[in-house]
Design a protein around this ligand. Structure first.
Ligand code: FAD
Length: 438
């Protein structure tokens, strides 16, 4: 009989959640293996993306000295609300965003993920790439005891497995933590391009004074043809990340092709000038779980925990996911360390993980925005009617028609009333407040 390949802990997936878990456990002295199916960590990963440093600082307090491959600090951010030919732009800029390390940086995952995985390897974790975990191994009592992989004789054993497999949560299902695939109503599909632009053009167009300034813009309205969803434009070191995301069932119901929606966004008269002369260097698509708090899987069972996108930990309203993933990965890692100390890997012991998350912003925010996806789907007027109305109203307000201002105000009110009654507006605002407050 061959010896079993045994570790103190197995982590599935070298995304932010998995690496944070492995780093935490390796620094705590455990013998950890991270198994990643990509050619390298980050090879298969794509996001917007704005990366928040607070969660990274909690797992790697000296991250700044380790020179993370950030693109630009986010020193200006806000929203563009697009109608078919106009935009209302609400941007926030502050001196306080200029202090580094900043709260948020734009990041390209193909550069960031390998760096983050290297930090876990430096702490002693063993990173195995090009290897897919195909199965969760369980003992006769149903407790997780390891994983099988697509390698010959690829079984690996450990008393605790942390699943950080991202949105395609096959192992989470196998572990019995969630019943089935996410319905298309609760998964968004996002497409993104990275467009190369000389840094000088980028800075002039976005009003940046140098490489230590950057912009993050989230876009609503015509970007998704008035349907629930968002677009984004983020400045990288010498390029732009631009993308669009919508719930899968909206693409299906309205027979839209994701790539065409993105092309349409790029052709918008307000957006086009920012991209002129740029060269598309990368294109990709990725799913985002938007199941919300009420449909999240169980977070732990005997010998197993789940973290990050696999557990639906995303706050789409604030475009946060990586920080939830890293915080959850860290907490799963801390729980595994405590389980090793206690020699107890039971579901009862590992339920500490959920309690830690409940005390943190991760589950507090998930709970607060639990109704957001349903609210936006049932209230399309927010992305359509209201955005168009605001743009129309702005156009009238800012144009000198040669008519008295009182008449212009009446015209605007009449226009609102024609598209939505005042009671309708009041009711919508109440629903919005409820969805925001949880
Ligand atoms: P992932 O990053 O998906 O990592 C999972 C890893 O597991 C992958 O490396 C994968 O290859 C590996 N894997 C999967 N299955 C297996 C297996 N069976 N065996 C071995 N390896 C496996 N978040 C933000 O904070 N800011 C943003 O601006 C932002 N924008 C986004 C824009 C888009 C278009 C998308 C798609 C997402 C965005 N997010 C953003 C969300 C964020 O990317 C995710 O929440 C985050 O990446 C989740 O991390 P994770 O480690 O849980 O999963």
């Amino acid at each position: 009989m061959t010896d079993r390949l045994t570790f103190d802990a197995i982590v599935v997936g070298a995304g932010p959640a998995g690496v944070a878990a492995a780093l935490t456990m390796a620094r705590g002295g455990l013998n950890v293996i991270i198994i990643e199916r990509g050619r390298f960590a980050g090879a298969k990963n794509l996001f917007g993306g704005v990366f928040y440093t607070h969660a990274l600082a909690d797992v790697l307090p000296d991250y700044w000295e380790r020179k993370p491959p950030f693109e630009r600090p986010v020193t200006e951010q806000g929203y563009w609300m697009l109608s078919p030919d106009s935009a209302i732009r609400v941007m926030h800029k502050s001196e306080r965003y200029l202090k580094e390390p900043a709260d948020a940086y734009t990041v390209l995952r193909a550069r960031f993920d390998p760096w983050f995985a290297e930090q876990a390897a430096a702490a002693g974790a063993l990173l195995i790439t090009r290897t897919t975990v195909t199965q969760l191994l369980k003992d006769e009592r149903g407790r997780a005891i390891g994983v099988d992989t697509d390698r010959p004789e690829g079984k690996v054993y450990a008393p605790v497995v942390i699943i950080a497999e991202g949105v395609n949560n096959l192992l989470t299902q196998q572990a019995g933590l969630i019943a089935s695939d996410l319905p298309p109503k609760y998964v968004a599909l996002a497409v993104k391009e990275y467009i190369n632009l000389p840094a000088k053009d980028l800075q002039t167009r976005f009003g940046l004074s140098g490489p230590r300034e950057g912009v993050a813009i989230d876009v609503f309205g015509d970007v998704t043809l008035g349907l629930p969803g968002t677009g984004f434009i983020y400045t990288d070191q010498s390029g732009i990340s631009i993308g669009v995301g919508m719930l899968l069932d909206e693409f299906v119901t309205h027979r839209l092709r994701p790539y065409e929606v993105l092309e349409r966004f790029k052709r918008h008269p307000v957006v086009r000038p920012y991209l002129e002369g740029g060269e598309v260097r990368e294109y990709g698509a990725h799913l985002i779980p938007e199941m919300g708090y009420d449909r999240m899987p169980k977070l732990a069972s005997d010998g197993v925990m789940v973290a990050g996108d696999a557990a639906g930990m995303v706050d789409a309203l604030h475009r946060e996911g990586t920080n939830l993933a890293i915080t959850a990965g860290r907490m799963a890692g801390e729980t595994a360390l405590a389980a090793h100390q206690a020699g107890d890997f039971s579901a009862a012991f590992l339920s500490r993980y959920r309690r830690s998350l409940e005390g943190s912003f991760v589950l507090k925010d998930m709970k607060q925005y639990r109704r957001m996806t349903d609210f936006l789907e049932s209230s399309p007027q927010f992305m359509g009617t209201y955005v168009n109305l605001l743009n129309e109203a702005a156009l009238r307000y800012f144009t000198a028609h040669g008519i008295p201002k009182r008449t212009m105000e009446h015209d605007i009110l009449k226009m609102v009333r024609e598209r939505r009654s005042f009671t309708g507006v009041a009711w919508d605002m109440l629903k919005l407040m409820r969805a925001m407050r949880g």
